[in-house]
Design a protein around this ligand. Structure first.
Ligand SMILES: *Cc1c(COP(=O)(O)O)cnc(C)c1O
Length: 511
């Protein structure tokens, strides 16, 4: 337990310019706060009294710290103020689409009729919730031009798994099990190759070299590497726009070649924010894609709890999707299971998906409307290009052309001074910003991937640009030393991330 002197020192050492200084001191674990002569969750057993709760009788302490309710509340509230969240400020993580949490969506998700229902309730008592899911399926089908929709997957990564399992199921039921290879570009998000391998596929990587895009030549080389007609190819997984923030300009031609060879096109739809309302993936040849509701349709992950990654498929692949799918029979909404969908790959997870995120997504869609959703993509792309145009003379710009919803710069110009990408990320923390995505995509070195989204004001984007330009100027004038000590004023400084990843300490022990 901290004594008063330590607390005073803590306040003096740890105050920050951005936060109320008195609040920002170290917080002990609840176990370290408890006092043996105090009672919290365990009430002392009255002497000589018989157990009245029946068996099973607890034979030892429950193992929770003996602290009072106000101590617990203050403990967690205090620590919650240390978290940098989308409600604190700009969150330019690329490949993540951290837009804000509209309060309207939160309000609707909290309505008792949505928040307090149980997935085991009879369908007749949750018709409103099923209708909401049915309408969300319809909106997604319309926006993607892919009419089969399954809302079950709980995240983008699980959507990928659902989508690739759908493709695998289709091949198996159509006597195409000899198709064992999945193509994916070297710039792809790590979840793409991981998913293909989890589904038992062999991976073949398409090189994108210096262009950042898949060329027809490189694609053909991969497609026909081990057979004349591509008859060993199960499909390809491509993110479009890709993780370099570039639209795959050859996409329709690639899809046609793949289809000719009998493969299916899986599109990682995490970057749908750049396209929504403008073009429809089904129109450029996609067979299955997942949509990260928590990216494109608000509820950013990390800022709003769990995500949701529905998949959308062509008519041809729809029968193989996981169950349940929301349907309609005699004017009544219902969940369709194996009886209605005999070719389904089956059940992927418990219950029906992340319903509260479905509510928020539909709320975002309906509050934007068709025109508004189109403007989402336009503004997101405009914001990213604005940042890019302002920074590309101060930082190395590997792809010096208009980008989609996110842009890439690298530390190539600065790194000989000793200031590298990690130092920029840490300096941003000092200046009150969440860092951008760093060292990803891995096809280039020292990347900084920046995504502003459509929900940031020009003022907040300008502030970010000003700070980044100041960093570049400082380094140019030789003022580099300070970059290695940033951040100075956060409760945590530079952690040993390798040890944290390799040797995580996940349990507290009193010994
Ligand atoms: C975010 C993301 C994913 C994974 O989505 P989760 O919801 O985090 O599981 C997959 N691919 C890309 C390109 C992404 O940006």
């Amino acid at each position: 337990m901290s004594n008063e002197l330590e607390i005073t020192q803590d306040i003096n050492n740890k105050f920050t310019a951005q936060q109320a200084r008195g609040l920002n001191y170290e917080e002990n674990l609840l176990w370290e706060k408890e006092r043996s002569d105090h009672s919290g969750v365990d009430l002392p057993v009255p002497e000589g009294s018989a157990v009245r709760t029946g068996l099973p009788e607890r034979t030892e302490d429950i193992g929770l710290p003996q602290v009072s309710e106000p101590q617990v509340v203050r403990h967690f509230v205090k620590m919650s103020t240390w978290n940098y969240s989308i409600d604190h400020g700009f969150f330019p993580l690329g490949s993540c689409t951290m837009k804000h949490n509209p309060r309207l969506s939160e309000k609707l998700a909290c309505l008792a009729g949505f928040a307090h229902i149980h997935p085991k309730q009879p369908e007749s008592t949750v018709q409103g919730a099923l209708k909401l899911m049915y309408e969300l399926q319809n909106w997604l089908a319309e926006l993607t031009a892919l009419p089969g929709v399954c809302l079950v997957p709980a995240a983008g990564a699980q959507g990928e798994l659902a989508g690739m399992m759908t493709i695998k199921r289709a091949h198996e039921l159509n006597n195409q099990s000899q198709r064992k290879i999945v193509l994916t570009p070297d710039s792809s998000h790590g979840t793409n190759p991981a998913t293909a391998v989890m589904c038992g596929y062999e991976l073949r990587v398409i090189s994108t070299k210096d262009t950042g895009r898949i060329s027809i030549e490189a694609f053909k080389e991969a497609l026909y590497a081990t057979s004349d007609d591509g008859s060993d190819i199960a499909g390809m997984m491509v993110t479009n726009p890709n993780t370099c923030g570039l639209f795959e300009t050859n996409i329709k031609e690639l899809a046609d070649l793949l289809h000719e060879a009998g493969g299916y096109f899986y599109c990682d739809g995490a970057n749908f924010n750049a396209l929504v309302g403008k073009i429809r993936p089904g129109d450029f040849g996609v067979d299955v894609m997942h949509v990260n509701l928590h990216k494109t349709f608000s509820t950013p992950h990390g800022g709003g709890g769990p995500g949701s990654g529905p998949i959308c498929t062509t008519v041809k692949l729809a029968p193989y999707m996981p169950v349940p799918v929301v349907g309609m029979k005699n004017d009544t909404y219902c969940l369709q299971w194996e009886e209605d969908r005999p070719e389904t790959l089956g059940r992927l997870k418990g219950f029906n998906g992340q319903f509260a995120i479905h509510v928020r997504a539909l709320s975002y869609m309906m509050s934007c409307g068709a025109n508004g959703l189109k403007q989402v993509a336009e503004d997101a792309v405009l914001s990213a290009n604005y940042i890019f145009s302002q920074l590309k003379d101060d930082f190395h710009a590997p792809y010096d052309a208009p980008c989609m919803h996110e842009c890439i710069i690298t530390d190539k110009i600065q790194k000989d001074t000793g200031v590298t990408t990690i130092d920029f990320a840490k300096a941003l923390c000092e200046y009150g910003f969440h860092p951008m995505t760093v060292y990803f995509p891995i096809v280039l070195s020292g990347t900084m991937l920046i995504e502003p989204t459509e929900t940031e004001s020009k003022e907040s984007i300008d502030r970010f640009i000003t700070v980044m330009k100041k960093f570049a100027e400082d380094i140019k004038s030789g003022d580099t030393e300070k970059f290695h000590s940033f951040p100075l004023s956060t409760p945590r400084k530079r952690l040993d991330e390798v040890i944290a990843a390799r040797n995580p300490v996940l349990r507290w022990s009193c010994n």
